[in-house]
Design a protein around this ligand. Structure first.
Ligand SMILES: CCCCC/C=C\C/C=C\CCCCCCCC(=O)SCCNC(=O)CCNC(=O)[C@H](O)C(C)(C)COP(=O)(O)OP(=O)(O)OC[C@H]1O[C@@H](n2cnc3c(N)ncnc32)[C@H](O)[C@@H]1OP(=O)(O)O
Ligand SMILES: NC(=O)C1=CN([C@@H]2O[C@H](COP(=O)(O)OP(=O)(O)OC[C@H]3O[C@@H](n4cnc5c(N)ncnc54)[C@H](OP(=O)(O)O)[C@@H]3O)[C@@H](O)[C@H]2O)C=CC1
Length: 518
């Protein structure tokens, strides 16, 4: 049987969402590990004053492509940008481009989506569901299509605790919802959104569930695979450890903790933190494309691409006295930290609220006061308000536990040759979590914040300065408390002397007993 790279040789691949986090890794991996691939057609829209050609060419200049660039300097010639706005009728693809795609595409990878948790329902529906429907219509016209791979999310069915590799009945028939929302104005849609999404936390997971249903409706006409990754994080191994380029999911949280801004977050210490490295997801996706095209399963196969059932890692381990994240950021500090990194995880709502007040709001207020007094514009409270909004949207996922069946992942691994298992490794049993989290944190510093590792001594010096400021502040606070509350009242003074003499007695006792033992 042909290896995965052999299978992709000579094939034309269509990719949506190629400029996104996962799309980029998919493009890079295909070009590097399937050098025989004929062409990658990437559907891209112009954005922020840049043409789609410019965007794709800028994308391929980024560090992620360094390895493939070294191996084949002409790699970019295989990437063919196709202008497309997925929210428009016909995906806004020109008739010429459409004919080209219909004639030559062999495999489709549909990665594009809005992944925002606060997306208005109409827009999430337009992009995540209607665009998927339109892409499927285009795919059905393709003369040589062998596989259609749809990227969903493991949280599409987060209203369930146990999630099998099946497509569950949708919360509503997608067509009915599309027809109803068409005539409603934005205000009306906003009002009924909570009723519609029901037990799901946001429009993202809701529309991704509807998209799966839309994909299933075409499964008798196309060879379909659905990939459901959990929380996609930085790369584990490829093209190098720790590659990440955005603030989504845990990345923003790690950065905020590393900057000393985030001090507390609500999570269930015993719940599984189902992170999955992006390179694992992409390796599985490419292998699933190969398997779908070669084996042509009778029904659409769903792959829950998760780690919890195989190599579980828990929120408590991330926050274990802030062990991995905090120690990494203390050794490799982020530049211009607000405070020394020291974040804690708690499942208790009240304790979390207390720390938000004491460790977030109070320092922000003090800092803004300092900025005001020194004639600068205050901004810290605004940053904290944004942080609290983001955290409140993420806490749903860090406070609960899900159990995903990932039999199809194991089944697929069983079908790979030993060589393919190495090249397209998605065996997460080998993942060493502390090492992964350390590389992840360093990756946020290097690739998201674009900070230079050579500036670490200066950043450490800054942390030392912050520690001295804290010591000075605490001493001043103690003196203030003494002067205002203790020095003025005889009773408070007596209690104070009592506590101090008790401490002194304990100290003398321990010193004496340790001298005796020696
Ligand atoms: C140390 C203890 C840590 C313990 C806990 C650790 C981990 C976290 C816990 C939970 C993670 C759960 C994640 C569940 C994922 C479910 C899986 C999925 O299927 S989907 C993918 C996940 N999707 C997301 O993560 C998207 C979430 N984001 C949003 O929805 C929005 O960004 C928002 C949170 C609603 C904020 O929207 P807002 O309009 O306010 O901001 P923007 O997004 O437009 O950003 C504006 C600007 O700011 C930059 N930015 C964003 N976040 C940060 C940040 N944390 N720090 C600094 N800067 C940030 C952003 O890049 C934009 O910049 P620019 O304008 O230049 O592009
Ligand atoms: N990141 C994660 O943690 C997880 C992601 N997933 C799924 O993986 C897939 C990829 O996610 P990820 O890479 O993180 O997402 P990104 O937000 O990084 O990328 C989204 C991609 O979709 C494109 N896109 C968005 N709107 C349009 C539009 N109107 N027309 C054309 N293209 C558009 C974006 O293009 P542009 O650059 O022009 O904006 C971008 O290339 C999604 O389907 C998501 O649901 C699943 C589980 C977890």
């Amino acid at each position: 049987m042909a290896s995965i790279a052999d299978y992709y040789a000579g094939k034309s691949v269509l990719i949506t969402g190629a400029t996104g986090f996962m799309g980029k890794v998919l493009v890079e991996k295909l070009l590097r590990c399937c050098p025989g691939v004929s062409a990658l057609y990437v559907l891209v829209r112009p954005k922020a004053g840049q043409s789609m050609q410019q965007r794709v060419s800028d994308m391929m200049k980024c560090k992620l492509f360094d390895r493939v660039r070294e191996e084949d300097p002409d790699f970019h010639k295989k990437v063919v940008p196709i202008s497309s706005e997925l929210t428009q009728p016909g995906l806004a693809i020109s008739p010429q481009d459409e004919s080209k795609l219909v004639a030559c595409v062999n495999i489709v990878f549909h990665c594009a989506a809005t992944i925002r948790f606060d997306e208005p329902l109409k827009h999430a529906l337009q992009l995540n569901v209607i665009a998927t429907q339109q892409l499927l219509s285009l795919a059905k016209q393709m003369h040589n299509l062998e596989a259609f791979v749809h990227i969903s999310t493991a949280y599409a069915n987060c209203n369930r605790r146990h999630i099998d590799e099946v497509i569950y009945p949708p919360p509503v028939e997608p067509k009915k919802l599309i027809d109803s929302l068409e005539w409603m104005d934005d205000g009306m849609v906003r009002d009924i959104t909570p009723r519609l999404i029901g037990e799901r936390p946001n429009t993202y997971t809701y529309t991704k569930a509807l998209a799966e249903c839309v994909v299933q409706q075409e499964s008798d006409k196309l060879n379909i695979a659905i990939i459901r990754p959990s929380i996609v994080g930085a790369s584990w191994q490829e093209p190098f450890p720790g590659w990440i380029d955005n603030f989504n999911g845990p990345s923003g949280v790690f950065i905020a903790a590393g900057k000393g801004i985030l001090r507390t977050m609500r999570a269930n210490n015993d719940a599984v933190a189902d992170l999955i490295p992006v390179d694992v997801v992409i390796n599985l996706t490419l292998a699933a494309g190969w398997y779908t095209a070669v084996h042509r399963p009778k029904t659409a196969l769903v792959y829950n691409c998760t780690t919890g059932g195989i190599n579980p890692f828990h929120w408590g381990e991330i926050g274990e006295c802030g062990y991995h994240v905090m120690s990494t950021f203390k050794r490799n500090p982020l530049e211009q930290a607000f405070r020394r990194p020291n974040a804690n995880i708690t499942s208790n709502y009240l304790i979390n609220q207390y720390w938000i007040l004491v460790s977030h709001k109070f320092p922000a207020l003090l800092y803004d006061l300092y900025l005001r007094l020194s004639g600068q514009k205050p901004h810290m409270m605004r940053i904290f308000n944004r942080l609290h909004k983001a955290i409140s949207l993420l806490e749903y996922f860090s406070s609960q536990d899900w159990e995903w069946n990932s039999d199809n992942m194991s089944m697929l691994m069983g079908h790979l040759s030993p060589e393919d298992r190495k090249t397209f490794n998605f065996d997460v049993r080998q993942l060493n979590w502390p090492e992964y989290i350390e590389n992840y944190c360093i990756g946020t510093k290097k690739y998201v914040l674009n900070e230079d590792m050579s500036d670490i001594p200066a950043a450490r010096q800054h942390l030392r300065k912050l520690r001295n400021i804290r010591y000075t502040f605490n001493t001043l606070l103690l003196v203030f408390i003494w002067r205002v509350f203790i020095a003025r009242s005889q009773m408070a003074r007596n209690i104070w002397y009592f506590v101090v003499s008790l401490c002194f007695k304990f100290l003398s006792y321990f010193r004496a007993s340790s001298t005796l033992t020696n």
